[in-house]
Design a protein around this ligand. Structure first.
Ligand SMILES: Cc1cc2nc3c(=O)[nH]c(=O)nc-3n(C[C@H](O)[C@H](O)[C@H](O)COP(=O)(O)OP(=O)(O)OC[C@H]3O[C@@H](n4cnc5c(N)ncnc54)[C@H](O)[C@@H]3O)c2cc1C
Length: 568
């Protein structure tokens, strides 16, 4: 019988709430569900919220009774905030998080590189926002709890998954024993140590790096701005790297690499933690400042992914699907992108609005994203923890040259998490004008935000299904386009028309944006009236035309929902 801990986790700043376990005896017997999601981390909860946005109900089974232990992921990117805006939690993240855009790299007491993440007035969100993972999970959970389509079951541990012809059966253990839950689809979002991945005997591909890092969260009052601080080869930890981040609620993250040969157990002894944190504070000029320990943990960098995320009716997502180095803030930020993609691909499949190729497309696109991250993050990881003598020599040469030579300094630049562009997606329209545009987001790219005259932003007005951005100075959307759209809507496909460029409401459009200063047209590279962009439900561009006509719109929607996917 599964007995999750009902003792609130220790924390000096976050009051953990213990939720009641969902007990089968208190509920009617379950029929088969469209989707069961295993886990309650960011991947699981954003998937549930996305499914519910697209009209699909899910059951979320999570083993624990409370949010995860410790701050874990603390840095969230602009694109993550845009995704969280879609599921209704970005405002709470913004209200409580700390935005930032500068990073500093130090070597031998000298600042050798200052990273400046671009931020222009068209961006609603800062490049980065720091907030602890428990808060993010709380906001996501509150949104899940508010959705009538999400059945959230605390204290429900999935112990066994059996695949059948077109459905899955899960054995769920609870504080009063087991029950069986049947579903058309099961989403395994059960984290890096995924029991479901092991049970299905699936192997990840890639590499694991040897160096260990300690993450320690301390409460301390440091008069420093919210900027990322990285110290290379400091005297108290020769050859290694230390990172520091300000978190909300008076907490700082100190993240340091261990000397070769030291075990995680040795590193987490209180006296070892204290000596190193004191040494770091001393080095940056705050020796003697009082501090309290909140949480500490050890991690090592891995660049691993499953080669396929869809196995029969079981879909892996988030850390269950891949393990990526957290340098460059890739943990939860990647999980959000996975979940946003999975949410609509699965919803349209469950609702019978798409062909069998759509789930295969999800896997191909997200495995492609993981592989791109592995290549990029591998470079950062090899710089932080050189795996061989050769890499160390190279890294040390960069460090010492950077004291005097400007040209090597950009090598410090983190390759920070960014949204993957599905440039070669099978969903991209074949017969559109993508290649004829000279600017604007191309096939597979995420959308560009634009500040509107009202001080709102373009992305505030999008979401919920496919979005057609129709650039026009006419008073009405042409009838043939409306006829095609009506055909798709009648099948249940959500498609919203936003007319851009007319000072008065455009007949047939769901919404009109005047774009008086031409800013949207400029950001989207639109030369003349009649051009259009089609965004998928995850907002990535799947077609764009200099002149849209009904036949080409119909073909693009067919391509996006009935793809023929060739897997690697
Ligand atoms: C110690 C630590 C420190 C980290 N630090 C950072 C960081 O600094 N920056 C960063 O970007 N990322 C960091 N990460 C990674 C980040 O936390 C993850 O990438 C992110 O949480 C992935 O989300 P997920 O939903 O895929 O998995 P998780 O958040 O791990 O969620 C998995 C969920 O599955 C549940 N579960 C597991 N097994 C079962 C089961 N059998 N039945 C039911 N439920 C189950 C768990 O209780 C949990 O709710 C850290 C992770 C750890 C462990």
């Amino acid at each position: 019988m599964h007995q999750p801990s009902a003792t609130p986790r220790p924390s000096i700043y976050y009051p953990y709430r213990v939720y009641d376990a969902w007990l089968p005896s208190r509920h009617p017997r379950d029929g088969r569900k469209p989707v069961v999601i295993v886990g309650s981390g960011p991947a699981a909860m954003v998937t549930a919220l996305e499914l519910s946005r697209h009209g699909v109900a899910s059951v979320v089974c999570t083993a624990e009774l409370q949010f995860s232990q410790g701050s874990r992921a603390i840095v969230f990117t602009r694109r993550s905030l845009e995704i969280l805006q879609q599921v209704g939690v970005a405002d709470r993240m913004m209200a409580n998080g700390l935005p930032w855009r500068f990073g500093n790299s130090f070597y031998r007491g000298q600042r050798v590189f200052r990273m400046e993440a671009p931020h222009d007035p068209d961006d609603r969100y800062f490049p980065m926002l720091n907030i602890q993972q428990q808060y993010m999970e709380e906001y996501l959970y509150d949104a899940c709890a508010a959705s009538p389509l999400i059945d959230f079951r605390w204290g429900n541990k999935v112990t066994q998954v059996a695949q059948n012809e077109g459905w899955v059966s899960a054995t769920v253990d609870t504080p009063e024993g087991e029950y069986i839950l049947e579903a058309d689809w099961l989403v395994a979002a059960d984290g890096g140590r995924s029991g479901i991945r092991s049970q299905l005997g699936l192997q990840m591909e890639g590499a694991s790096y040897e160096g260990f890092f300690v993450i320690a969260d301390i409460r301390i009052d440091l008069p420093l701005p919210t900027e990322r601080l990285a110290y290379f080869d400091p005297p108290w930890n020769p050859g290694n790297t230390i990172l520091m981040h300000r978190e909300p609620y008076g907490i700082w993250r100190v993240d340091y690499q261990l000397p070769e040969g030291e075990t995680p157990d040795e590193a987490l002894r209180p006296e070892s933690l204290k000596a190193r944190i004191d040494a770091q504070l001393e080095m940056i000029g705050f020796g003697g400042t009082p501090w309290d320990m909140d949480w500490s943990s050890v991690y090592s960098a891995r660049t691993l992914t499953l080669p396929d995320y869809v196995h029969g009716r079981v879909v892996f997502t988030g850390d269950a699907a891949h393990l990526l180095p957290i340098f460059g803030v890739r943990g939860a930020n990647t999980a959000f992108q996975d979940a946003q993609s999975l949410g609509w691909h699965l919803a349209y499949t469950v609702r019978g609005l798409a062909g069998p190729g759509l789930m295969a497309n999800h896997s191909t696109e997200r495995v492609g994203a993981a592989r791109e991250i592995i290549t990029e993050a591998g470079k950062s990881t090899r710089f932080m923890t050189p795996p061989t003598r050769g890499f160390r020599l190279l890294r040390d040469a960069v460090l010492s040259l950077s004291l005097t030579q400007d040209f090597v300094r950009p090598l410090y630049h983190w390759r920070t998490s960014r949204p993957h562009e599905y440039t070669h997606s099978a969903l991209n329209s074949r017969g559109d004008d993508n290649a004829l545009f000279t600017a604007g987001p191309a096939h597979g790219a995420p959308p560009r935000n634009v500040r509107l005259a009202s001080n709102e932003f373009l992305l505030d007005h999008l979401g919920g299904g496919f979005d057609l951005l129709y650039f026009t100075e006419s008073s009405a959307v042409p009838q043939p386009l409306l006829d095609v759209i009506e055909i798709w809507r009648a099948q249940g496909v959500a498609l919203r028309i936003t007319a851009i460029g007319s000072p008065v409401p455009v007949l047939g459009a769901d919404h009109t944006l005047a774009d008086a200063d031409g800013r949207v047209r400029q950001r989207y590279g639109v030369p003349a009236s009649g051009a259009a962009y089609l965004l998928r439900p995850d907002q990535h561009v799947c077609a764009r035309w200099l002149t849209l006509d009904a036949t080409r719109l119909h073909a693009a929607l067919e391509q996006a929902l009935q793809p023929v996917v060739v897997q690697d």
